[in-house]
Write a protein that binds this ligand. Structure first.
Ligand code: GN1
Ligand code: MG
Length: 341
């Protein structure tokens, strides 16, 4: 790995020599490293990311999106640190390694921390940060963005895909299909309700907003000293979408008293205090920019995206864990059950 990171450092013309690196364990898709270089007696750190091109089929398009979005936001950040991507000597904000791996390099914000999300102040800040992000993009023309993953939050398509795969395995010896049966039947029960919002969105009944689409709490960085939100990261899926799903995905993750992949379901429950703290932060920011219809559907958004994630995890389980990174064979099934709880 060290050799690849060195090679990538050279491609991005980073000054100095690579002295240390560590894996940043955050995310189920890409691989992220903190890389520290020594230069002129001092050290400087960077974030290197190896993008999963099995998930993101056109990674150059993501980088074009990110360039547009960060340029737009940078003008609104004031003196707060923002995400900044480095460029190669040929002017791209990405590079391929010798084995065809796709890499990007960004600044490591030294003053930032990603505190764990039980604290109400942090949760309110998380809501404010995602709300603010939405506001910053309110005057951004979403039609210039590539759709990095088509139908990413099309709940009906996600669930139909799962059901089609399940039907395909029905008469086979795939043992995973047996284990999935209770989860599948719960999902069939929720199907109609869960699709309401994305159907209405597809029918043009909601305003098209530019949304983050992956609002996990650990995608907000905080200022270490003041514990104020600093920056929203993970911009791979910034695309036109529904604000109710941004709200809902955050709630799905942070109002859970356990991790999204906790196998002991007795630890999984909905914490109303956490929900309230986040909701006050988020809604407080965006309230005046949303329609009544959107505000009325925030809670439905939480339900829908949670069902959608259960379907995506279960689908990946059935298909042999090719999408989300897993640490053990039943990991995706655990994730799916956890969402349903
Ligand atoms: C993936 O890799 P990460 O953690 O940023 C996924 C999200 C899911 C999330 C669930 C591109 O995000 O949609 O909500 O896992 N990202 C993609 O933990 O599929
Ligand atoms: Mg992500």
């Amino acid at each position: 790995m060290q050799e690849t990171l060195r090679e990538i450092g050279r491609r991005f013309r980073l000054p100095g020599t690579l002295s240390t690196y560590e894996v940043i364990k955050n995310g189920n898709i890409n691989r992220t490293y903190k890389v520290t270089c020594t230069h002129d007696g001092g050290t400087k750190s960077y974030v290197f990311q190896n993008v999963n091109t099995n998930v993101f089929r056109h990674p150059e398009e993501i980088m074009e999106n990110i360039d547009r979005v960060t340029t737009h936001i940078r003008n609104k950040c004031g003196d707060r640190p923002c995400l900044h991507f480095h460029h190669t000597d040929t002017g791209e904000n990405y590079a391929y390694d010798r084995d065809g791996g796709f890499w990007r390099v960004m600044n490591f914000i030294e003053s930032a921390a990603a505190p764990s999300c039980g604290d109400p102040g942090i949760l309110r800040g998380t809501g404010e940060a995602f709300g603010e992000f939405q506001l910053q993009l309110a005057d951004f023309d979403g039609s210039v963005l590539h759709e990095t993953i088509p139908d990413f939050h099309n709940t009906r398509k996600r669930m139909d895909t799962l059901f089609a795969h399940a039907a395909g395995y029905a008469d086979t010896r795939n043992t995973r299909i047996f284990e999935s049966a209770p989860v599948l039947s719960r999902l069939r029960m929720y199907y109609k309700e869960a699709c309401v919002l994305s159907d209405r969105y597809a029918a043009g009944e909601f305003p098209i907003r530019v949304t983050h689409n992956d609002t996990k709490a650990n995608n907000v960085l905080f200022e270490r000293e003041t514990l104020r939100p600093l920056a929203v990261v993970d911009l791979d899926t910034v695309m036109p979408g529904m604000t109710m799903y941004d709200f809902g995905d955050a709630v799905r993750y942070l109002a859970n008293t356990a991790a999204e992949d906790e196998p002991d379901l007795s630890k999984v429950s909905f914490d109303e205090e956490r929900f309230t703290a986040f909701a006050e932060g988020f809604i407080g920011k965006v309230r005046d920019s949303l329609t009544r219809d959107e505000l009325d559907n925030m809670v439905r958004g939480t339900f829908s995206i949670t069902v959608e994630l259960a379907a995506r995890f279960l689908d990946d389980y059935l298909c042999g864990d090719t999408y989300f990174r897993v640490e053990y064979p039943g990991h995706n099934l655990v994730r799916a059950r956890n969402q349903l709880r």
